[in-house]
Design a protein around this ligand. Sequence first.
Ligand SMILES: [Zn+2]
Length: 290
Amino acid sequence: MANKKTAIFLGAGASAAEGAPIQTNLFRDYFNLLRRRGGHYAHEHERELATFFQLMFDIDVDHDNLDMAMFPTFEEALGVLDLADFKNESFKDFTNINFAANSGRIKFLRVYLVFLMTDIINESLKNSKGTHVELIRKLESRGLIDDTIFITTNYDILCDNALLDLFPGKKVDYGVDFVNYKEGSFVRPDLDSIKFYKLHGSLNWLYCPTCNNLRITPYEKGVYNLMVDPAQSFCKICKTVYSPIIVPPTFYKDLSKVFLNQVWNRAEIELLEADHLIFLAILFLMLTYT
Ligand SMILES: [Zn+2]
């Protein structure tokens, strides 16, 4: 008789248990981080984000008490931009593409919000607690790993790294093809691979809109490198600067959607075969704090 299959869903609480900010505190934590770094803007996107919060949400991130400020959620902030972009509408001072020299701020800000989220996740998980490693070790020690499917809406690469570290001989099947397979820099999965579906994208995925392909940056947050030095983060084939594939659960229009559709389809097929579905959110927090 075939073994029972278990799907484990890693929600926001799984990353929060390792130190990641919870969604409601994301902006507050980020602008506090910028203040701790000296209160100056090292990158253009940081200055532009400060202007965005001032003009759109009336929050002066340089001077206001950040603990008292009424920040929107990440989805709300991104949602207003996505909706305007989808309808080809503009806000005052924040336009879609037009003939003015500084137009297209809506499109830039959308990526800048992804950079913001990348930065705060990267910072807060520098000393992660190893909860994912612990979970995967336990599954392996009980002989369950081959019958487990991992599904997540988190963008961080905690689970990715834990799988690569603990099973160097195994392949990871993300449910989508990477250009790395042809180069040999990431091994194409087979039937024995560990299945891991990231429904909202990942910080280690980079999308080339010219070649229409996806690159994985194992162990590296490729999106972080894109944020720090976009000029050096380009497609090896056509030299186009990469785009992140980070899609929050909001109303969106995204050219990279086709790849996420593949991931969603694969996840759905696997879920139909699963005997158990375990949501790891609050459980992870309990494991950490008790
Ligand atoms: Zn390309």
